[in-house]
Design a binder for this molecule. Structure first.
Ligand code: ZN
Length: 488
């Protein structure tokens, strides 16, 4: 017992997935007799691989390995936060020690003495260490010394080290020796969000599994089930909003769901959820995007104002437009992208319609400009005005021909210019039907001169701060004209 004393302390402190007090997990009553409130992420933490969301490959591989008795002595679970690394580690730890079967299993019964102890986080042979708070060499030495003693009650001594990349270099070195020749009764399970910070020497001694972000469609279904179990109600749009905000992390999504349930009193609706998340209304984002693409600056600004009025964060509006640009580009090159199940039907229809009218070069240019606007929004004293400037700029280049069309046009116009190489032709921008073609002429790549058109236009607002003046704006046009591709 003495050997585990210090480690037990570590174990008690090391529950990084659960930010709350340790007692909250044990479903014990509080002093007032009320059952302790359990956040959804912990209440619905998967206790078997069947419940683990979206990690089929990992589950299959581990199941096969366990069935064949090929159990590694060190596992490494890599993945973004909240995808189930620690959860998987705990299931394995329970499975290794479960008394319901003669051999380690991937299906711990959850009922035997070992499983019960483990579920209550009291198992003497399953030790969780938080790499973030136990980074030192002494912590690891204590661990490796104890590792040589046989397990107290179970088959295996399991060390779960969360955020293992936080260990210091010396700590890793101290660990290495044990990792090279681990006692037969020891299994290490490391979890990390930043695998690049784990030394290669450690990586090479672990069986590595990458946990994937959980797809939105799966999250939606999962959250829907949980809302039902919680006897709350939620509309489809709100579910989608939460799944989108979760960004592939079950835990993040459940935290948002928790918040939504307590904010909205059991009936979760899209508008309130959107407010809570600072999200822009999708329909309005589509409207805004359409106005911009039509070059209607005044209408676009009005739309923007109405989005703000509805509580959307300026940055989020831009991020949404960025997402929309990306999605439309995908539809342009792969029309089946529009069919993703997590996209509501009305958005799919609208997306397809929009994509038909737009070309990839135009969308690529829009993407660049929005990305730039996001940067500017971060550095400008007033992010809202920075975003308005970006919208104005976008409107002014939206109806410009894309570089490909321009090259073709220059090709046809070139015939006339070559016949009459007046100096003015080299200085003056090429005339275009919209009268704005000159701005794009200088950007064969399509992405470089995105900020120019507004400044090149007389009477148009100057580019926002941070947009470097591009050399050879007007002159480049002449230069480009000289180097124009041969006529087709
Ligand atoms: Zn069991």
């Amino acid at each position: 017992m003495t050997e585990t004393g210090g480690l037990l302390e570590l174990g008690a402190a090391g529950d990084p997935e659960a930010k709350g007090p340790p007692a909250a997990d044990q479903e014990q009553g509080t002093d007032s007799g009320q059952p302790a409130y359990l956040v959804l992420a912990r209440k619905y933490r998967p206790s078997t691989f069947e419940d683990l969301l979206g990690q089929e490959v990992l589950v299959r591989t581990l199941t096969n390995a366990f069935e064949q008795g090929r159990i590694a002595h060190a596992f490494l679970f890599v993945g973004v936060r909240g995808v189930g690394k620690t959860t998987t580690a705990r299931i394995i730890a329970r499975g290794l020690n479960c008394l319901s079967s003669d051999n380690p299993t991937v299906r711990p019964c959850g009922e035997c003495a070992s499983c019960t102890e483990a579920l209550a986080e009291r198992h003497l042979d399953i030790l969780e260490i938080d790499g973030a708070s136990h980074t030192g060499v002494d912590d690891v030495r204590e661990l490796t010394d104890a590792a040589h003693y046989r397990p107290t009650t179970g088959r295996y001594k399991v060390y779960i080290v969360d955020e293992v990349h936080m260990l210091s270099q010396q700590a890793f070195n101290a660990l290495l020796k044990t990792l090279e020749e681990p006692p037969a009764h020891v299994v290490f399970i490391f979890c990390t969000t930043e695998v690049r910070r784990v030394p290669v020497t450690v990586l090479s001694r672990c069986q590595r599994f990458d946990l994937l972000r959980v797809p939105q469609g799966l999250l939606v279904e999962h959250f829907r089930r949980i809302v039902e179990l919680e006897a709350a109600r939620i509309d489809d749009e709100a579910l989608r909003l939460i799944a989108r905000a979760a960004d592939g992390s079950v835990r993040d999504g459940l935290s948002i769901l928790d918040q939504a349930i307590s904010h909205q009193g059991g009936v979760i609706e899209a508008p309130a959820t959107r407010d809570m998340l600072g999200f822009a209304d999708r329909t309005q984002v589509f409207d805004l995007f359409e106005r911009i693409m039509a070059g209607e600056a005044a209408a676009a600004l009005e739309q923007l104002t109405s989005l703000y009025a509805a509580g959307a964060e300026p940055r989020v509006v831009l991020e949404d437009m960025l997402g929309l640009t990306h999605w439309l580009s995908r539809i342009c090159v792969a029309p089946e992208s529009a069919e993703a199940p997590e996209v509501p039907e009305h958005e799919r229809t609208r997306g397809r319609e929009l994509a038909e009218q737009l070309s990839v070069p135009v969308l690529a240019r829009t993407w660049q400009m929005i990305l730039r606007a996001l940067e500017e929004a971060g550095s400008a004293p007033d992010s809202r005005s920075a975003i308005e400037m970006a919208v104005i700029r976008l409107c002014f280049v939206a109806d410009l021909p894309d570089p490909g069309a321009l090259v073709r046009r220059l090709g046809t116009e070139g015939a006339a210019t070559e016949a009459d190489p007046a100096p003015a032709a080299a200085q003056q921008p090429a005339p275009s039907p919209g009268g704005q073609g000159r701005a794009v002429a200088a950007m064969p790549g399509g992405s470089q001169a995105v900020a120019e058109p507004a400044s090149a236009r007389p009477g148009a607002p100057p580019p926002a701060a941070g947009a470097p003046p591009r050399a050879g704006g007007g002159g480049g046009v002449g230069g480009n004209k000289k180097k124009r591709p041969p006529r087709r």
